[in-house]
Design a protein around this ligand. Structure first.
Ligand SMILES: NC(=O)c1ccc[n+]([C@@H]2O[C@H](COP(=O)([O-])OP(=O)(O)OC[C@H]3O[C@@H](n4cnc5c(N)ncnc54)[C@H](O)[C@@H]3O)[C@@H](O)[C@H]2O)c1
Length: 329
């Protein structure tokens, strides 16, 4: 299978690296990136066609699938162009910042009958995937609550924040998807509070850096999500599901498994640094899921509709913060 990648920043580099290192049946034949830095990386990785022109990917009839890893505000345009070009699409989250535009783009994808996978990589994290399996097997019983804690080690640059669509659309979107994925049903109500506890620059850019969101689901269970753009101790990604038969909790993997015991007590290692190391395995597994679904002609494991649903929750959470009240979906 021939693949083209659009966008060679933090996440594009991870996907290119994984394609080359882990999938022998995949050839990355072209990469597009506007700036030299991303282009240089692709050349060093051995990609032969590298350009600042997206047509190097979209116009090449040999390319079967496109990975869209560019800045968020360019995703919808590229998804539509790739769909018209008849290519299978893997798109980073979110698909766009406007719900109307996402609906329009998804309609085009449907009309062109091309497969589209949204890159909700956390579904493929082995620990979170096992939580889902235990829920499906019935071992947790009837679900009562879900807690998700997601704290970044530090905020991204202000230039990124300004283009990100805001914390709920950019960061909490993963947790909205995770909550739907684990609960296995839809959100009926969103109640959110947002504030600035990390950086005045983020407030000046019009965004929040701390959020608490309570979701109510069709099954009556609730999910409580807490997000922060900074945590002094590293990347913090935890999840707990509580049900009538039991509870399952995912802790943070640490840099090492050592426990040091001395006269002052016992120390363990530090949290992992950020998504690049915490979710390394999930990025590989999500690409495997994409390529497997294409090869076997199966439904994508995270669809455009999943992307839209997560965005609808994010949009309701913004309305809840502004209106200081719960929003029904
Ligand atoms: N799934 C995840 O865990 C995850 C993690 C990080 C980022 N992301 C998403 O991936 C996307 C990129 O994020 P990033 O962290 O790699 O950002 P980044 O700023 O590091 O990289 C973005 C790249 O896109 C390029 N670019 C900008 N505008 C473009 C355009 N119009 N056409 C083509 N390329 C363009 C930039 O030159 C840059 O190389 C964002 O949508 C972000 O939400 C997802």
């Amino acid at each position: 299978m021939n693949v083209g990648i659009i966008g060679m920043g933090r996440i594009g580099k991870i996907h290119l690296n994984n394609c080359i290192s882990h999938f022998r049946q995949i050839k990355v034949s072209a990469v597009m990136n506007p700036s030299q830095a991303g282009q240089e990386f692709a050349r060093e990785m051995g990609v032969s066609k590298v350009s600042s022109d997206p047509m190097v990917v979209l116009n090449d009839p040999e390319i079967d699938a496109v990975l869209i890893c560019s800045a968020t505000d360019s995703h919808a345009d590229y998804v539509e162009e790739a769909a018209y070009a008849g290519k299978a699409i893997f798109c980073e989250k979110p698909l766009d910042l406007s719900l109307d535009r996402v609906r329009q783009t998804l309609a085009i994808v449907k009309e062109c009958k091309v497969p589209l996978m949204m890159a909700f990589n956390q579904r493929f994290d082995p620990s979170f995937a096992e939580v889902k399996q235990r829920i499906l097997s019935g071992s947790v019983g009837n679900l009562r609550s879900l807690h998700i804690i997601s704290r970044d080690p530090g905020p991204p640059p202000i230039s990124y924040i300004k283009k990100s669509g805001g914390m709920l659309m950019d960061m909490t979107i993963h947790d909205f998807d995770m909550a739907r994925y684990q609960m296995g049903c839809e959100v009926t109500q969103v109640y959110a509070k947002g504030s600035n506890v990390v950086s005045t620059a983020i407030a000046e850019a019009g965004d929040i850096d701390f959020a608490t969101v309570m979701l109510t689901f069709e099954n009556g269970a609730t999910a409580l999500i807490e997000n922060c753009r900074e945590a002094a101790y590293g990347y913090d990604q935890r999840l707990e599901v509580f049900g009538s038969k039991g509870m399952i909790r995912t802790e943070n993997p640490l840099k090492t498994t050592n426990h040091f015991s001395g006269e002052n007590g016992t120390d363990t290692s530090r949290n992992l640094d950020f998504f690049m190391d915490r979710y390394a395995e999930s990025y590989r597994l999500e690409l495997k899921a994409f390529f497997d679904a294409l090869q076997n002609n199966e439904i994508m494991p995270a669809t455009g509709d999943d992307g839209l649903k997560a965005m609808e929750i994010a949009a309701a959470a913004y309305r809840s913060i502004v209106g200081k009240m719960p929003i029904s979906l």
